[in-house]
Ligand binder design. Structure first.
Ligand code: GDP
Length: 598
């Protein structure tokens, strides 16, 4: 069908393209693109920017022959581009049949600079939109809550900030579908605003901007939009794709519009889950209650969690004895995107750990014992990344870019460093700075590096012991420098290790043709291996003196009457060279092998 229609149609795709633009280029509906991306494990909304490689995969799947547009001169490039995959989320919904998938509520995290109103906004949302039919419940702070808008639910994570968001990702949990970026309209873009944007982008989570504190006379939304543009977040009114909603968290204004926008984004994302299967998801928070024992807030990401279910959380297992929702009400089931407090685990689990329901206690015990064993035997996480290891990871096809979290002492160091680093590598393999900022290396930087498989590079900055031990535990590399050229040189070396290896044809053996035999199908050469080894099927060239008279392959290799794979120096052999018959006594057969030279 479509595949054949487009077969071989060339299409030129920019280095960075939004889903909508790509849809236009390929003349398909954006929904098609979003679906294709989702099946590749990428949750993108219509306004999201994807990179050429990602776009090319989609285009190829649709039968096009994509080619990259020459990169634009470096003027208005966004500060960071999204990373191409988010495997954590892919795994949660992998293998589900499309017909079992039903829409699920979006899960939202609120981010932004300190004091810009994240907490106030979360409170305002919760107060104005308690889920219908559940009024009267006493709101409990369980780490997440749900509100209802237009008869649809939205789940909010109650711990605002990108630090918590990325800490969860670092543990492997990707629960957020949409990030609300709170920017105080009287203050504008601040360091943590940028940081939040980088963290959301690294996770490929679409951003909705809440321009907060518009009740204040000093509020200047227009100016803030300009600042956002500078960090690559272009608001719709400025010709971009990012939605912004003016709000006053304090006065409860604009909340409805914000919720509507969240629902709209959710529609574009086509968020779905299979409520029929056994539940799986992530721990949002855990605590020890004096009377009830260990309590865990679980966010069901797929399936439905029910009382009585056996569940495995990390290396622990337990049975759901009782569940409570965010209003403290007892519930028997929790469908996808629902946060619930669960009683029945033996210990308090950590936020970001994943859980899943299994058939019975025996299975639960088996799995938890197995993962406890694995914990003991693996001293490092599955995906460590250091500059030294990049090379082998690249060979395994796991790494195609070197992601860097860059921390520097002063603003003035950023630009030159960024420029030197981004010049390194080539179009297949480059440095991608996923976050850059001034200041010492923080836990949040390390978590971002863990979650994004990045290295942390510091210039004239420090990393304290807490930060170092977190990095060590998760095998993230922090490299600190005080000389720019050393920093650049090291990265360059790592990249050269990462560059595609260069192969050269080396002569691994020589054989001299001593006698020509006529056989039924033509001629074979009786030869003496004079050095190295002669291999069947190996590429060869035949030399007469200095002249190469033939290049091809050994198609048959025999010792006496036996077919053999190889013949070593000092032995006779009989060899045939396909259709090539024009050899003579005295010709030399050089056997070649591709060998890596760098
Ligand atoms: P957070 O650090 O981002 O969680 O910020 P908070 O929610 O704690 O808010 C910081 C301060 O800004 C508090 O004093 C809030 O009362 C105030 N604030 C938050 N939202 C608004 C708003 O919409 N208008 C005004 N005038 N003040 C606000």
């Amino acid at each position: 069908m479509e595949e054949r229609l487009n077969q071989g149609t060339g299409v030129t795709i920019p280095q960075l393209v939004t889903v909508r633009q790509l849809a236009d280029l390929l003349r398909v509906s954006p929904i098609e693109i979003i679906k294709a991306l989702i099946s590749d494990g990428i949750m993108a909304n219509i306004n999201q920017t994807i990179d050429y490689e990602t776009a090319a995969i989609v285009a190829t799947e649709m039968g096009f022959e994509p080619q990259p547009e020459a990169p634009p001169p470096t003027e208005t490039r966004p500060e960071t581009a999204p990373t191409p995959t988010e495997p954590a989320r892919k795994a949660i919904y992998a293998g589900e049949a499309e017909e079992n998938m039903l829409p699920r509520p979006p899960v939202v995290t609120v981010m932004g600079h300190v004091d810009h109103g994240k907490t106030t906004l979360l409170d305002a949302i919760r107060q104005t939109n308690v889920a219908a039919g559940e009024r009267g419940g006493i709101t409990q702070h369980i780490g997440a809550y749900q509100v209802e808008k237009q008869g649809r639910k939205i789940t909010f994570l109650d711990t605002p900030g990108h630090e918590a968001f990325t800490a969860m990702r670092a543990r492997g949990a990707q629960v957020t579908d949409v990030a609300v970026l709170v920017v105080a309209a009287d203050d504008g873009v601040m360091p943590q605003t940028k940081e939040a944007v980088d963290h959301a982008r690294a996770a490929q989570v679409p951003i909705i901007v809440a321009l907060n504190k518009i009740d204040k006379p000093e509020a200047n939304p227009g100016k803030v939009k300009g600042q956002l543009k500078e960090i690559g977040l272009v608001i719709e009114e400025l010709g971009g794709q990012v939605v912004s909603v003016p709000v006053s968290a304090k006065k409860g204004e604009g909340i409805d519009q914000l919720l509507e926008m969240i629902l709209l984004s959710a529609d574009l994302l086509e968020l779905k889950a299979n409520p029929q299967r056994e539940a799986m998801g992530s721990v949002v928070e855990g605590r020890l209650d004096k009377t009830k024992g260990p309590l865990a807030t679980l966010l069901v990401q797929n399936g439905t969690l029910s009382t009585g279910d056996y569940l495995v959380v990390g290396a622990q297992y337990g049975r759901v004895r009782a569940m409570f929702n965010d209003l403290g009400k007892r519930v028997k089931t929790a469908p996808p995107s629902t946060p619930v407090v669960v009683l029945g685990l033996p210990v308090v689990p950590a936020a970001g750990e994943s859980f899943r329901v299994v058939a019975d206690e025996r299975t639960a015990r088996g799995i938890s014992e197995e993962s406890a064993r694995q914990k003991e035997t693996t001293t490092r996480p599955a995906t460590p990344l250091t500059l030294d290891e990049l090379y082998s990871q690249m060979q395994a096809g796991k790494v195609k870019e070197l992601r860097v979290v860059l921390k520097v002492d002063v603003q003035g160091s950023l630009e030159p460093l960024r420029n030197s680093l981004e010049k390194l590598g080539d179009e297949n393999l480059r440095v991608r700075i996923i976050h850059q900022a001034t200041g010492n290396v923080t836990e949040s930087d390390v978590n971002l590096a863990i979650a994004s498989q990045a290295v942390v590079i510091g210039f004239n900055v420090q990393a304290d012991t807490t930060v170092r031990s977190l990095a060590e535990k998760d095998a993230v590399e922090i490299r600190l420098y005080d000389v720019i050229y050393r920093l650049v040189e090291d990265i360059e070396k790592a990249l050269q290790g990462m560059l595609e290896p260069v192969y050269e044809e080396a002569v691994i053996g020589r054989a001299e043709i001593r006698k020509i035999f006529e056989v039924k199908r033509g001629k074979v050469a009786g030869a003496m291996v004079t050095s190295g080894v002669v291999k069947r099927n190996a590429p060869v060239r035949v030399k007469r003196g200095e002249e190469i008279i033939y290049q091809g392959q050994i198609t048959s290799l025999k010792r006496f009457a036996e077919n053999v794979q190889e013949v070593a120096a000092g032995f006779d052999c009989g060899l045939a060279l396909g259709a090539f018959q024009d050899f003579r006594e005295g010709d030399v057969v050089e056997v070649l092998e591709k060998q890596r030279v760098s």
